[in-house]
Design a protein around this ligand. Structure first.
Ligand SMILES: Nc1ncnc2c1ncn2[C@@H]1O[C@H](COP(=O)(O)OP(=O)(O)OP(=O)(O)O)[C@@H](O)[C@H]1O
Ligand SMILES: [Mg+2]
Length: 260
């Protein structure tokens, strides 16, 4: 498989705080990569640098062999990288379909949010893409429901669908199952991952639930204090002694003290 993302010696400092350091990772196309790490380990910082929401202090990021380091997020989105945020970014008073149409229009223009909401967006192509993506994410029966009234799980599906409607080749999901009950998480991820596979999208997803990581990731990166301390199959990374000691708390849990 060809390499889609290559990150070399990436670093991000905020004053004296080193939020990311020495990150070197190569991701082949169509791989599904789980990203784990305790709160403050640097997972979101890593994602924000790839999407252009943060400019790295050092290092390079190549996407499909093009150097995208420090480019504005709009430009990076236009090149084929999309994301969701830890908190869903939707318009609560618009219906599911309308939200998706706006997202489709933004993606088609490669432009910013403002341009899309202040000009007519109902091009037939945007409507068709919105409809197809609503279906792909299995939320057609909510198409006419205002997004603010959706159950949490459906809201997540809409949020991720909106990140996918423009056909990105790389998608970054920051805690897609946060705020979702344990019973609902698996079904939600099943729908999301099967939709992404259908579109052959490479995925990096941040996740705190190790069962979800073990079930859905082909590969797992473990972050600790801004750097990657393990990188391998879920079995390798989750079985790593350092990961168990510093992140998953498997050893601590057997003593009844972990909450991760
Ligand atoms: N804009 C910022 N300015 C200053 N410090 C920041 C900024 N963004 C992140 N940090 C710090 O960088 C470190 C890494 O934060 P980051 O948000 O990447 O962690 P995370 O792994 O995503 O954590 P969580 O699991 O809580 O989401 C933390 O110490 C955080 O306080
Ligand atoms: Mg985070």
């Amino acid at each position: 498989m060809s390499e889609i993302l290559a990150v070399r010696d990436l670093e991000k400092t905020f004053g004296s705080l080193v939020a990311a350091r020495d990150i070197t990772v190569s991701i082949p196309a169509e791989q599904t990569v789980g990203v784990i790490g305790a709160n403050g380990a640097g997972k979101t910082t890593f994602i924000n640098m790839i999407t252009g929401h943060l400019v790295p202090s050092k290092g390079t990021i190549l996407f499909e062999n093009k150097d995208i380091t420090g480019l504005p997020s709009r430009e990076i989105t236009r090149l084929g990288i999309s994301r969701s945020f830890q908190v869903a970014q939707i318009f609560p008073t618009l219906t599911v379909r309308e939200n998706m149409v706006v997202a489709a229009a933004i993606a088609r223009r490669g432009g910013g949010m403002l341009g899309a909401v202040t000009t007519p967006v109902h091009s037939p192509a945007a409507l068709a893409e919105a409809e197809a993506t609503v279906e792909l994410f299995q939320i057609s029966r909510y198409a006419d429901t205002p997004a603010g009234l959706l159950p949490q799980g459906v809201r997540k599906l809409l949020d991720i669908g909106m990140a996918v409607v423009g056909w990105p080749r790389l998608l970054l999901l920051d805690e897609p199952t946060s705020g979702i009950s344990i019973e609902e998480k698996f079904d939600l991820m099943q729908v999301v991952m099967s939709a992404l596979k259908t579109r052959r999208i490479t995925v990096l997803f941040v996740e705190h639930d190790m069962e979800i990581v073990g079930r859905f990731a082909d590969r797992v990166l473990a972050f600790y204090e801004g750097t990657v301390i393990a990188d391998g199959t879920p079995e390798q990374t989750l079985g790593d002694a350092k990961v168990q000691e510093l992140i998953t708390g498997v050893k601590a849990r057997s003593a009844g003290t972990s909450h991760v």
